[in-house]
Design a protein around this ligand. Structure first.
Ligand code: NAI
Length: 331
């Protein structure tokens, strides 16, 4: 039984080949993203395994169905890049990895906050050049600051617990209230209240029609001056041009993003010798108070092991007509 991988990186092959010793699938890897051209190349595959920037459109799904593909296995949590209705119409199962080390993503969000605040990336370079001055490195205590968390699922909760450890006041926004977090002192509140009262705002909700461009000029206008915005969730939660305007006006004081709306043209590739045509990311990179990482929040040894194990188990379960027991079945 063959699984064909798209957008695969060296580390995918290492972790999946290792985990596959327990499962015994035939694994075929393509570096390129799945599109209508590559979908036509597939032969005898039971499943395709895709990642965050593969666009699984209805056209792609139609070809996959004609090739006999039965499963689309996402090796990530989000599934906004798959046309779920089209998959359902063609009887193709879609599964994902619902939970893999939420701490990996939460801890990366913390790393972004600490870097932006204490400027350790600048200090590192400065000291290596024997510049021991502190000018421009001033930060603030995170202790006792107010942190707004939008999306209190697995990652939001892991992030929340770390911020509680810092001694922060937590404002949360979610469609459901978790009472155990309320008992820990978390205050669920409206978005307006969260925006108006948070020094740091971190996004941990999924991207869907309701949350697309959640952070736009209107939302930003309600925030504190100098607010720190962190997005490790999905790029299109933020309307990038609005945030750029707010950075220019110094309304947004810090921006940390691990995700970017147009990331599929950039991330996971070495473009160091290329001319980047995306002026928006170039503008973002020009701000001294913006930190961009290239969708690496998930990138820990523990997370990669869990992703490989869960993805292969999902495919095995679905092949045996068992629902993926871990909540990984999307449709
Ligand atoms: P989850 O499903 O456990 O939690 C999402 C939470 O958001 C749920 O509690 C849900 O009720 C809430 N939510 C849904 N709509 C909302 C809305 N309109 N406003 C506020 N809250 C809302 O998902 P998990 O595992 O915590 O992941 C969150 C997101 O993180 C994923 O959707 C994915 O996009 C992103 N992610 C990013 C990674 C990275 O490497 N940068 C890695 C893994 C996930």
């Amino acid at each position: 039984m063959k699984i064909t991988f798209f957008s695969s990186q060296k580390y995918d092959r290492i972790y999946f080949n290792k985990e596959n010793e327990k499962f015994g699938f035939e694994l075929e890897y393509f570096d390129a993203s799945l599109d209508t051209y590559l979908a036509n190349v597939i032969t005898d595959s039971l499943a395709v395994c895709v990642f965050v920037n593969d666009k699984i459109t209805s056209e792609v799904i139609e070809i996959l169905a004609s090739k006999g593909v039965k499963i689309i296995a996402l090796r990530c949590a989000g599934f906004n890049n798959v046309d779920i209705d089209a998959a359902s119409r063609h009887g193709i199962k879609v599964c994902r990895v619902p939970a893999y080390s939420p701490e990996a993503v939460a801890e990366h969000a913390i790393a972004m906050i600490l870097t932006l605040n204490r400027k350790t990336h600048k200090a590192y370079n400065r000291v290596r050049e024997q510049n021991f001055s502190l000018d421009g490195l001033l930060g603030f205590d995170i202790h006792k600051k107010s942190v707004g968390i939008i999306g209190m699922g697995r990652i939001g909760q892991a992030f929340c617990k770390i911020m509680l450890g810092f001694g922060c006041k937590i404002y949360a926004s979610d469609v459901v209230t978790n009472n155990s977090l309320v008992e820990m002192g978390v205050e669920y509140t409206s978005l307006n209240h969260l925006y108006a009262n948070s020094d740091i705002i971190s996004l941990h909700c999924p991207l869907n029609q309701e949350t697309k461009y959640l952070i736009d000029s209107k939302a930003i206008s309600q925030m504190k001056n100098g607010v720190m915005l962190i997005n490790t969730s999905r790029g299109a939660l933020i309307k990038t041009e609005d945030v750029i305007l707010a950075l220019k006006k110094q309304k947004v004081g810090y921006l940390g993003i691990d995700v970017y709306e147009q990331e599929e043209n950039l991330f996971f590739r070495d473009l160091s010798s290329s001319i980047i045509l995306d002026d928006t990311i170039q503008r973002l990179m020009s701000f001294p108070n913006v930190l961009i990482t290239a969708h690496q929040a998930f990138f820990t040894n523990e997370a990669l092991t869990q992703i490989a194990e869960c993805t292969l188990k999902n495919v095995k379960d679905l092949t045996n007509n068992k629902l993926a027991e871990n909540g990984g079945l999307v449709v």
